[in-house]
Design a protein around this ligand. Structure first.
Ligand code: AMP
Length: 142
């Protein structure tokens, strides 16, 4: 199964934050959309970084209560690993395991087109395994 197949069913909405947004703004976005990470982009197309709830938690020991007014650009990850719609679900599962993160922005022709979370990958792999199991049961019963 390709990432393009997942995008077809879940859609290509990507929630983005501006690098100048504060951590309070970020928390509002994560809560409003019930998500764990947003892509940081000044123009909504080019990726400047990615910031997840983990970055917020990790910054608390050093920034303390002032953290809520810190800019997202100060806590985001700048080296973003991305994928393309032509990659497979298994390839993304491997990438997420290798890098220990749960989100992968999808890029096509240098533009941000979607984001895939570990939840999307688990759902797709479970559906694939269930299909295979049903086919095997049908085969054995013939
Ligand atoms: P996550 O597990 O996705 O909440 O993210 C854990 C850490 O990895 C955080 O520091 C994120 O900023 C970072 N991160 C998440 N996704 C990516 C990605 N695609 N590329 C680079 N860093 C990422």
């Amino acid at each position: 199964m390709l990432i393009a197949d997942i995008i077809r069913s879940k859609g290509s909405d990507v929630v983005t934050a501006s690098p100048n947004d504060t951590v309070a703004d970020l928390a509002g976005l994560l809560a409003e959309h019930r998500i764990g990470a947003v892509v940081v982009s000044g123009d909504g197309v080019t990726i400047d970084g990615i910031v997840s709830e983990r970055d917020v938690v990790r910054a608390i020991p050093t920034r303390g209560a002032d953290l809520i007014s810190v800019k997202v650009s100060e806590i985001m990850t700048r080296e973003v690993v991305t994928c393309t719609p032509k990659q497979t679900v298994v390839q993304l599962a491997d990438l997420m395991t290798q890098h220990r993160f749960r989100h992968l922005p999808v890029v096509e022709n240098d533009a941000l087109v979607a984001i895939i979370s570990i939840g999307d990958i688990v759902k797709a792999r479970t559906a694939l395994l269930e299909d295979e199991r049903d086919q095997l049961i049908d085969y054995v019963r013939q």
